[in-house]
Design a protein around this ligand. Structure first.
Ligand SMILES: Nc1nc2c(ncn2[C@@H]2O[C@H](COP(=O)(O)OP(=O)(O)OP(=O)(O)O)[C@@H](O)[C@H]2O)c(=O)[nH]1
Ligand SMILES: [Mg+2]
Ligand SMILES: [Zn+2]
Length: 376
């Protein structure tokens, strides 16, 4: 659900053009987009929330957000490394890659915007400030970007120790996206009042050993919630993860007045039923903002080119540039592949490697061909 940018019926027309518009811009105040409603944006300025529409210019920008993946990807490809190693095949950089846009192309929760105030509860978004980062995924049906949240200080990746069982492939996807977007994460396993299987205990140890903060909580008993609270102070954070893991329940423990709707786990599937829709940032009493988000079923890679993927796996990052050939495909029969060597030496766990290979295939599928025949 995306808000339209149509005007409110009672928006004064006198604000539309010329000197009036300039005056309006100079009187604009900065606010934080806290929610997207079907027909408007909610923007917080101080203690007030304004219901806002967006100017026509931003309406055009919104359409630009639907550019196909392949056309935009080139903009954000990281430069190739210049390690001086033997590179048998010349690298073909995709031609005329567009420059990375300075300003975001759509308005998302977490965006900083300039609004002009119409009255005490309505305003108009005049401009969007450049983003520090964004947690985005590919919208599978459109192959377009879905920004889950902009300007994220901390992504809390929420899974349950059981009901539903944690899906580690999804966790690795989140981690790759967040590493790529340089968004700090904590991994949270909720429902510790229920029994975790030895495999889940092992997984928690694995991610902790990789250096990720791993929290254990129970929204049901309150166990571990103070630890989570400490991470949230002064930060703009979101709770994200599959449906039914207890994100809204945690939100309600942290902000008892928030009144997030709690869903039931479907007895038939053991999965949640997507009770929450849309992200809404709520202010925390200790300072900072927290959003509960809808459960994620699919997390398609966005802005993760295949050659950047090794650096998105923390255990592969130090050796990401060490393959003998610059165009190494990291395949099983690859000569001089540093990543394969790490796998053989047990420096990456089989489950993480499986995720890496799956994501590598996906990243390659999304890219236009970028290589000349190597002849090797
Ligand atoms: N045993 C136990 N059950 C929990 C805990 N936290 C949440 N639940 C239950 O899990 C179910 C799903 O909780 P929600 O908070 O709605 O899950 P959600 O992650 O917000 O789900 P979506 O909004 O669909 O993404 C509900 O029946 C909760 O009562 C917990 O710590 N322990
Ligand atoms: Mg929820
Ligand atoms: Zn390799």
């Amino acid at each position: 659900m995306t808000p339209t940018t149509d005007s409110f019926p009672d928006e004064p027309h006198a604000l539309g053009a010329g000197p009036a518009r300039d005056a309006r811009r100079s009187a604009a105040v900065e606010g934080l987009v806290v929610a997207l409603a079907p027909d408007y944006f909610e923007v917080a300025v101080g203690d007030s929330v304004y219901l806002c529409t967006a100017r026509g210019r931003l309406r055009k920008a919104r359409q630009a957000a639907a550019i196909p993946v392949g056309a935009r990807r080139g903009a954000s490809q990281s430069p190739s490394t210049s390690s001086g190693r033997r590179a048998p095949a010349p690298r073909v950089v995709s031609p005329s890659a567009p420059a990375a846009p300075e300003r975001p192309t759509s308005i998302a929760t977490g965006d900083r915007v300039l609004i002009s105030l119409l009255n005490q509860d309505r305003g108009v978004i005049e401009d969007i400030q450049p983003r520090r980062n964004a947690l985005s995924r590919a919208r599978s049906e459109l192959d377009a970007e879905h920004v889950m949240m902009a300007n994220v200080d901390l992504a809390v990746l929420v899974f349950a120790v059981c009901e539903p069982e944690p899906h580690l492939g999804l966790l690795d996807r989140y981690l790759a996206l967040c590493e790529r977007a340089e968004i700090p994460v904590v991994i949270l396993f909720n429902k510790v009042d229920l029994e975790a299987s030895p495999e889940v205990e092992e997984a928690m140890a694995l991610y902790a050993a990789l250096g990720y903060p791993v929290l254990r909580t129970s929204a049901a008993t309150g166990q571990g919630v103070d630890g989570l609270r400490e991470w949230l102070i002064g930060r703009t954070s979101l709770l994200t993860g599959p449906s039914g893991v207890g994100k809204s329940s945690l939100m309600n423990v942290i902000l008892p007045d928030a009144g997030q709707r709690i869903g039931e786990i479907s007895e038939a599937t053991g999965k949640g039923r997507h009770t929450t829709t849309g992200a809404r940032l709520l202010p925390l009493p200790e300072g900072g903002w927290l959003a509960d988000t809808a459960g994620i079923r699919e997390l398609g890679l966005w802005n993760v080119p295949a050659d950047a993927l090794p650096r998105c796996f923390v255990e592969l990052r130090p050796i990401a540039d060490d393959c003998e050939y610059e165009d190494c495909g990291h395949a099983e029969d690859e000569e001089g592949c540093a990543l394969r060597a790490a796998l053989a030496e047990g420096r990456i766990s089989p489950s993480r490697w499986e995720s890496f290979e799956r994501l590598l295939d996906e990243a390659r599928e999304k890219e236009p061909p970028r290589w000349l025949p190597s002849g090797r």
